[in-house]
Design a protein around this ligand. Structure first.
Ligand code: ZN
Length: 307
């Protein structure tokens, strides 16, 4: 019989992964309000924005302003995405506004080239410098590896290749490695084997985090498979934001409210108050003015009854 974790950690990534993939630019005041609301649901980890170049991702060009204006309780750890050393310099000007950074690259050469126009080795060399400097600044660091479970251009990605990249990031100072199923290619059998092997390859000292996308509706099945192999840290997005809204069907991250609903029904603690989280998802639906992929947002909690 498999032992599941008693509790899991959830990092909400909607304000970064989600907002950056919206075709429209969300007003700064709405972003600040939504982050503040999310920070009062019991979520203890929150990716607030990124420090990418404004001309590359105009949706997050107001990152410094969002970070300056949010009002987040002390027990919430705020994370920002850092693409390179210049991004780190810009973020460090607001050093007291966040506790964690995350850096990213893809496991597959083609995806990495299309995403950041570098080879994997070039990315790693740059990120090693970022991680070293971030640790010196007292920041907690996560390294996220996109296309860990498959690449839309190359197909299968060998887990050993992913683990080798993870070891480089951990060696450079990342205390946490996030494995991204960027285009929703993972299946539960693959995920179960992956996290078993990842723990062996990376040892006990590195936190292993799963970042699943629900592109093919397999996100929550993959969560269960990951937990069966000891993974107890997940990233998700309120409202199922993220991915790309066009073409139709290219859905985003697993929805945080679907994740919390499933886990709480299974008796696994998340620390998140589902009604408060659903209020956040409703609020972002209002801002975006379109239906969202989240199932629990539509159906309500399991014990919900219409008055
Ligand atoms: Zn994502």
């Amino acid at each position: 019989m498999t032992t599941l974790p008693q509790s899991v950690r959830i990092r909400e990534v909607g304000p970064r992964d989600g907002f950056q993939n919206e075709p429209e630019i969300i007003p700064t005041a709405d972003k600040v309000r939504l982050v503040d609301q999310l920070a009062r649901t019991g979520l203890e980890r929150l990716e607030a924005t990124s420090f990418v170049r404004p001309d590359v991702i105009p949706q997050l060009a107001d990152g410094p302003e969002v970070l300056s204006r949010i009002d987040v309780p002390d027990d919430v750890s705020v994370s920002v995405l850092i693409p390179n050393e210049r991004g780190l310099d810009n973020a460090l000007a607001l050093r007291d506004r966040f506790q964690e950074i995350n850096v990213f690259l893809s496991a597959s050469e083609t995806h990495n080239a299309r995403n950041v126009n570098r080879t994997v080795e070039e990315s790693l060399a740059g990120l090693e410098r970022v991680l070293g400097r971030a640790r010196e600044a007292g920041l907690r660091c996560e390294g996220v590896i996109s296309t860990s479970f498959g690449c839309p251009y190359e197909g299968h990605v060998a887990p050993d290749r992913v683990f080798a990249i993870a070891r480089r990031l951990a060696g450079a100072g990342a205390q946490e490695i996030g494995f991204g199923d960027t285009t929703g290619m993972a299946n539960p059998v693959q995920v179960r084997a992956f996290f078993e092997d990842a723990r062996i390859a990376l040892g006990r000292d590195v936190e292993l985090t799963a970042h699943f996308h629900n592109t093919r509706g397999q996100g929550l099945a993959n969560v269960l498979a990951a937990m069966e192999s000891g993974c107890d840290s997940f990233e998700s997005s309120f409202g199922e934001l993220g991915g790309c809204p066009v073409p139709a069907g290219a859905t985003g991250n697993i929805a945080t409210e679907d994740l919390v609903s499933m886990l709480e029904e299974m008796g696994i603690e998340t620390g998140v108050a589902l009604p408060a989280l659903l209020d956040c998802a409703r609020a972002v639906r209002e801002v975006l003015g379109r239906p969202l992929g989240s199932h629990t947002l539509v159906a309500g909690p399991v014990d919900w009854h219409e008055a």
